[in-house]
Write a protein that binds this ligand. Structure first.
Ligand code: 9MR
Length: 586
């Protein structure tokens, strides 16, 4: 045994100097596992990264007994890395408890527990409370992360590129509340609509789970689930972004350029309502229609909201039909109007997917045949995972949601086609996952790594698999969704648990103005960072990367907006994925 231990020590890079017990060093770089923990009945796998070993063992951390010994299974190498990786499968261990996995002289602690991801699900939702604008974030809800109110947004200005007869340039409008989009302080309709749309699509599968959730927000005492209270805070802002004269929706509420790393109360730049776009208007229509259905059950706390939302949605859709080419083209607009706006663009060259999502939600909210016809017209031919730039899947989810009965034969045909498309996607997604470098469907193709990939690649693939599982009962889809979550929680090439506040190796310096300016060492908890991004678009702005490999192009520095920012759409993906998987594990 001793000889092999020495050999291992030679083969592997030196393990980090802290310890799992008094004897063993913590091997974060060599043993990659989900650092939050495993459900008792979940598949349990760690990856031995760039090391060799004949066996591994699981030790009960209380009794110090060796309770399981297993053989590493070699994985296929990913195309950009010559690192050898082995799967260490200890799924046989099911008893809740604290353990460590040992490979020779190296060890990593882990836990098996009921409801083990519930704290992540709660923190991921609570993160939206921290993103709230226009209200003080109070100590009783936020602990040390409390802060005074900033960005009242009661005097936003109509930008010249958004001027209309009733609201000429310079008109002051009130547009308070909502969430800061990301690491920056602006508010964007496209991303807001997508984020709520995604979370609420999953909410509809697990309403009982969300009904029980309490994340200690100001509305926790009312009779509406905290989850919906949080959505409503942003929906209320979104309503202010519709031009009441014609139904068009402003693309964003923004300063001309990004603020520095200062607290909200220190921000001085004028905020503008910018350009009415077809994509923002349709995302607005979709999410308002979806919300009208959901909030109709919560009239006590939100009287009149459902009616207001459906009226706003129909008006928005009618505007979009009249302005199908009103795409937000920031650079072009900047050539014509001042001040130039250089904040997030959320630009898009096609509104087909937005028309499909909006028409689909409007059909379910109103029952009007005309929206069904529109949905058929824009129905996608293949399934693509949800992202802010392609929302077709949210339309698909609307047709496949629980309790959706149809009697129109054309609609039935279209909905069945959507179902087939989703199943084809799921079958393709899980192919080969068992042998992938990190034993997950996500993470084995260079295309899996881009700006915001952990959410838009990893989580949103998992969400699609979860919906696929819901429709077919195919266990393999669900198992692979758990695997993507394992990847995000630590079983990956960098060994980061990519959610702030969780895991033994966790992002400490996200590109997040609230966290970077608050003089508190720990970042605000519960946020999923963007993730490895070989595009490294920030490398000339002070971000330093130690690797160019697709799955290692991640840098935990504040400057890294291309790999280490946080964003509502990414947290929406985390909320949807982790909550669903936590609900399904119970
Ligand atoms: O999530 C967006 C990503 O898909 C784009 O590639 C990137 C560059 O345009 O922008 C991301 O969104 C940012 C937004 O524009 C402004 N707020 C921060 C968002 C996250 O980086």
């Amino acid at each position: 045994m001793k000889t092999r231990n020495l050999l291992l020590a030679g083969l592997c890079a030196l393990a980090t100097a802290c310890t799992t017990t008094s004897e063993k060093p913590l091997a974060i770089e060599q043993i990659k596992l989900n650092q939050v923990g495993y459900y008792p009945t979940q598949e349990k796998v760690a990856i031995l990264d760039n090391c060799e070993a004949d066996e591994f063992a699981i030790i009960d951390a209380v009794s110090q007994q060796k309770i399981f010994v297993g053989k590493p299974q070699k994985n296929s190498a990913c195309e950009w890395s010559d690192k050898t990786r082995y799967t260490l499968d200890f799924s046989m261990v099911t008893m809740p408890g604290k353990y460590r996995i040992e490979v020779g002289d190296m060890a990593m602690p882990f836990e098996i527990k009921e409801k083990v991801w519930k704290p992540v699900a709660d923190a991921a939702l609570k993160a939206f409370y921290y993103q709230r604008t226009g209200m003080p974030i109070e100590e009783q809800y936020a602990g040390k992360w409390h802060r005074p109110m900033g960005h009242p947004d009661d005097k936003a200005m109509i930008h010249p590129n958004a001027a209309s007869k009733n609201r000429p340039a310079g008109t002051i409008i009130s547009s308070p509340k909502g969430w800061y989009d990301a690491g920056d302080y602006n508010k964007y309709i496209v991303n807001s609509g997508f984020s709520i749309g995604l979370m609420q699509a999953i909410y509809l599968y697990f309403p009982e789970y969300f009904a029980k959730q309490n994340v200690n927000i100001p509305e926790s005492g009312n009779s509406t689930p905290d989850f919906l209270d949080e959505m409503h805070y942003n929906l209320d802002w979104m309503l202010t972004m519709q031009d009441p004269a014609d139904g068009g929706v402003y693309h964003k509420l923004t300063t001309p350029s990004f603020e520095g790393f200062i607290m909200p109360t220190e921000c001085q730049q004028q905020r503008y309502a910018v350009f009415k776009s077809v994509t923002a208007t349709l995302d607005f229509a979709a999410v308002m229609a979806q919300s009208a259905g959901i909030f109709a059950n919560y009239e006590t706390d939100y009287p009149g909201f459902a009616k207001k939302a459906i009226e706003a949605a129909e008006k928005a859709y009618a505007w979009a039909q009249k302005h199908p080419d009103a795409f937000y083209r920031q650079d072009l607009l900047n050539k014509q109007f001042e001040p130039a706006v250089v904040t997030g663009a959320y630009g898009d060259g096609s509104a087909k997917d937005e028309f499909f999502w909006a028409a689909s939600e409007l059909y379910w909210a109103t029952g009007k045949a005309v929206y069904g016809k529109e949905a058929i017209k824009y129905a996608p031919e293949t399934f693509t995972t949800p992202s802010w730039g392609n929302v077709a899947s949210l339309g698909t989810f609307a047709w496949l949601k629980p309790g959706s009965n149809l009697d129109d034969k054309d609609l039935i045909k279209m909905a069945e086609q959507q179902w087939t498309n989703l199943q084809n996607y799921c079958e393709e997604a899980i192919k080969g996952a068992d042998n992938n470098a990190f034993h997950a469907p996500y993470g084995d193709s260079p295309r899996d790594f881009f700006w915001g990939c952990l959410a838009e690649g990893g989580c949103n693939q998992a969400i699609s698999l979860i919906v696929g599982y819901g429709l077919t009962g195919k266990k393999a889809y669900l198992e692979n969704a758990y695997r993507n979550a394992d990847y995000i929680l630590g079983r990956n090439a960098t060994g980061y648990c990519y959610v702030t506040g969780f895991g033994v190796k966790s992002p400490m310096n996200p590109h997040h103005r609230l966290a970077g300016a608050d003089n508190i060492e720990e970042p605000l908890p519960g946020f999923l960072v963007g993730g490895p991004n070989p595009g490294q678009q920030d490398k000339n702005d002070g971000a330093v990367y130690t690797s160019n490999l697709p799955d290692e192009s991640y840098s935990d520095v504040l400057e890294s907006y291309a790999s280490n920012e946080i964003a509502i759409n990414w947290n929406a993906a985390l909320v949807a994925m982790i909550s669903a998987l936590d609900a399904l594990a119970q």
